[in-house]
Design a protein around this ligand. Structure first.
Ligand code: GTP
Ligand code: MG
Length: 200
């Protein structure tokens, strides 16, 4: 069997924004990866683009503090958002992230969709609900992806998906289960991403 061709030929960090109102570094179509601190946003991005350490990851929450942009094949950008819900972040930092994320989500015409990550073992938190409500108001298409499903067995993973759908009252097609560790769910995630990008 021949190996699967790489999903991505070229991927590069193209810049970051740290202040509300700053524009993304390039006017390309973009997909944002959102979710609580430590949910696995940066790890999933690395797995998506098949680069081990492109986006910085950390055991400690609060690693990503700016919106980091990665250009994929001159075609689109992936935006790695800072995580929300991290109570131990310095107050000054927390107060900056909210407006930074909100301004980006509401004032970026090139933004095609958001992938909202939920930790499979923790389920939907009140911070997530706030984000979900906010995205619903904005009308941006959202895909909900469970992360770290390698930490659950098969039935646990299925139960986590079912409770995600129930908690957020979303359609099956809007949800998927992933693992940055094993690569589970990545094919499905790519299909959804491609559909969003090709719809542009
Ligand atoms: P912030 O930048 O702080 O918002 O965090 P983040 O959402 O970018 O999380 P990050 O990718 O840095 O991962 C946080 C921790 O979870 C790291 O220790 C990762 O190794 C771990 N992790 C991420 N994804 C997975 C996964 O699919 N499986 C397992 N077992 N661990 C994971
Ligand atoms: Mg991160």
């Amino acid at each position: 069997m021949s190996p699967r061709p790489p999903r991505v030929r070229e991927v590069e960090f193209v810049g970051a924004i740290g202040e509300p109102g700053q524009r993304p570094p390039l006017p390309l179509p973009q997909i944002a990866i959102a979710g609580r601190s430590n949910v696995g946003k940066s790890s999933l991005i690395n797995r998506l683009v098949e680069r081990k350490a492109l986006a910085r990851t950390s055991k400690r929450p609060g690693r990503t503090q700016e919106i980091n942009f990665f250009r994929v094949d001159d075609r689109f950008l992936i935006a790695d958002l800072p995580g929300y819900g991290f109570a131990r972040a310095p107050r000054e930092v927390r107060e900056r992230w909210g407006p930074l994320i909100e301004t980006y989500l509401t004032t970026t015409p090139e933004l095609l969709g958001v992938i909202l990550l939920i930790d499979a073992r923790r389920g939907v938190t009140s911070d997530d609900r706030e984000m979900v409500g906010y995205l619903a108001d904005s009308g941006i298409p959202v895909l909900f992806a469970l992360t770290k499903t390698d930490k659950l067995n098969r039935s646990g993973g299925q139960a986590a998906l079912a409770s995600l759908r129930e908690a957020l009252d979303v359609d099956v097609e809007q949800t998927l289960a992933t693992s940055a560790k094993t690569g589970a769910g990545l094919d499905t995630l790519w299909k959804s991403l491609r559909a969003l990008i090709d719809s542009d």
